[in-house]
Ligand binder design. Structure first.
Ligand SMILES: Cc1cc2nc3c(=O)[nH]c(=O)nc-3n(C[C@H](O)[C@H](O)[C@H](O)COP(=O)(O)OP(=O)(O)OC[C@H]3O[C@@H](n4cnc5c(N)ncnc54)[C@H](O)[C@@H]3O)c2cc1C
Length: 379
């Protein structure tokens, strides 16, 4: 075992309280939430009361001013428990930082306390039916008319899309331009012309509401542009995406560690040919190989977390980390399903859900092919 050095006793105490909260308030209901296609709002409110939402936001904006390790603990515990419906990572550590880092004082005072309390749920809408990897191809427009923008277009695959109250929308404020014409806007989902589409039927992450969004002449006050002027959207996205990729990596490694442990427990119990499945050399070697790979990924991820805490995690390193850890997560899930035999394919077994949940990690937050492009461009 290589001990983790970034988490002291305070953080481990915090980890225990997050775990207990999830065991009591989320795990017993998650199966129902899978049927509902979303988790309950009540869960968000309770988490807000306990400071589990937006913990890194400064106290003046409703947070507790914690460092990112506290967020990492929350993400890891959700991931280990397989509670893939809970979209707090995106809300707390992607949406809120956009407002903190680029928002006006008024935007911060207005929105951040509501996000921290769970009164508002956040989402970010980049992807469109015709533009995912190639964000310069975004067709949604926000055209200025006096003291507001008129937003038109549509988005798809938006995490927290059904529950969301506030969406950071990527739109062209200058449709003639590519990256230079792109801006981010804070859009409330109750505004006229904002419509939530279908809650999409996914292969995994069944309790996560992932949705289409439609905008028809949504009037956005000019004060809801993120940043001091139009056209900064691409720069803002590039600055924030490494943190998002680190988050994906943290959840990937935590999920892989959990799956490995469930599998070890299972093969010790399960018998074939008169002996436990762990007695076969293939089982022991597979688990040994996976253990080595997971350990290497854990050390890599923790080092990147440390770099992020020092504000030194660069774009190619974060891309490399996201690609490597999510490829590994999918490999681990696949091998662990195999070691469970037919039971591994049954939804009631956590490993089956974890296998289905893992697949998207190689697709969102930038596909792993795009990650390799980013790395290769840095040579
Ligand atoms: C469950 C889920 C949740 C999501 N949540 C969000 C969210 O909250 N907000 C949001 O904005 N989006 C979200 N997404 C969207 C996700 O980020 C996109 O699906 C992803 O970026 C890929 O875009 P695409 O689907 O358009 O695929 P495409 O861009 O069409 O890619 C298709 C294939 O082509 C490959 N490809 C594309 N360009 C290149 C290239 N230059 N070189 C090599 N290969 C390439 C891709 O890697 C992929 O294999 C989510 C998606 C899912 C499935």
């Amino acid at each position: 075992m290589i001990p983790r050095t970034l988490f002291d006793a305070d953080l481990e105490g915090f980890r225990d309280s997050v775990r207990k909260f999830l065991e009591q308030e989320a795990a017993p209901y998650h199966e129902q939430w899978e049927k509902d296609g979303q988790v309950s709002r009540e869960l968000w409110r309770k988490a807000g009361e306990l400071g589990f939402l937006c913990p890194t936001m400064p106290e003046e904006y409703g947070g507790v001013g914690a460092d990112f390790r506290y967020s990492a603990v929350i993400m890891e515990e959700i991931s280990k428990a397989g509670l893939s419906g809970i979209g707090w990572g995106l809300h707390s550590d992607i949406v809120a930082p956009y407002i903190l880092n680029y928002g006006s004082e008024e935007q911060k005072r207005h929105y951040l306390p509501k996000l921290a309390s769970g009164e508002m749920i956040g989402a970010i809408a980049m992807t469109e039916p015709g533009a995912g990897s190639d964000l310069q191809g975004v067709k949604t427009t926000a055209v200025r008319e006096g003291d507001h923008y008129l937003l038109n277009g549509s988005k798809t695959f938006i995490t927290n899309g059904q529950l969301a109250d506030l969406v950071v929308v990527v739109a062209k404020t200058d449709p003639k331009e590519g990256a230079k014409g792109t801006s981010l806007l804070l859009v409330e989902t109750t505004w006229d012309g904002f419509e939530k589409g279908q809650n999409l039927n996914k292969v995994g992450m069944k309790a996560q509401d992932t949705s289409e969004l439609f905008f028809q002449d949504v009037k956005i006050p000019v004060g809801n542009l993120l940043g001091s002027m139009e056209g900064q959207g691409f720069f803002q996205l590039m600055q924030e995406l490494p943190a998002e990729r680190l988050q994906v990596a943290l959840t990937a490694v935590a999920a892989a560690e959990a799956a490995w442990q469930w599998t070890l427990d299972y093969v010790k119990e399960r018998k074939a040919f008169g002996k436990p499945v762990i007695a076969f050399q293939n089982t022991r070697f597979k688990l040994a190989e996976l253990k080595a790979e997971i350990t290497a990924a854990r050390v890599f991820t923790d080092r990147c977390l440390e770099l992020h805490l020092d504000k030194k995690l660069d774009i190619p390193t974060a891309a490399m980390l996201k690609q490597h850890t999510t490829d590994l997560q999918c490999k681990v899930m696949d091998e662990c399903v195999q070691l469970h035999g037919g039971y591994g394919y049954m939804w009631e077994y956590p490993i089956a859900r974890a296998w289905a949940d893992s697949r998207v990690q190689r697709i969102y937050a930038g596909t792993n092919e795009i990650m390799k492009e980013i790395v290769a461009r840095s040579f």
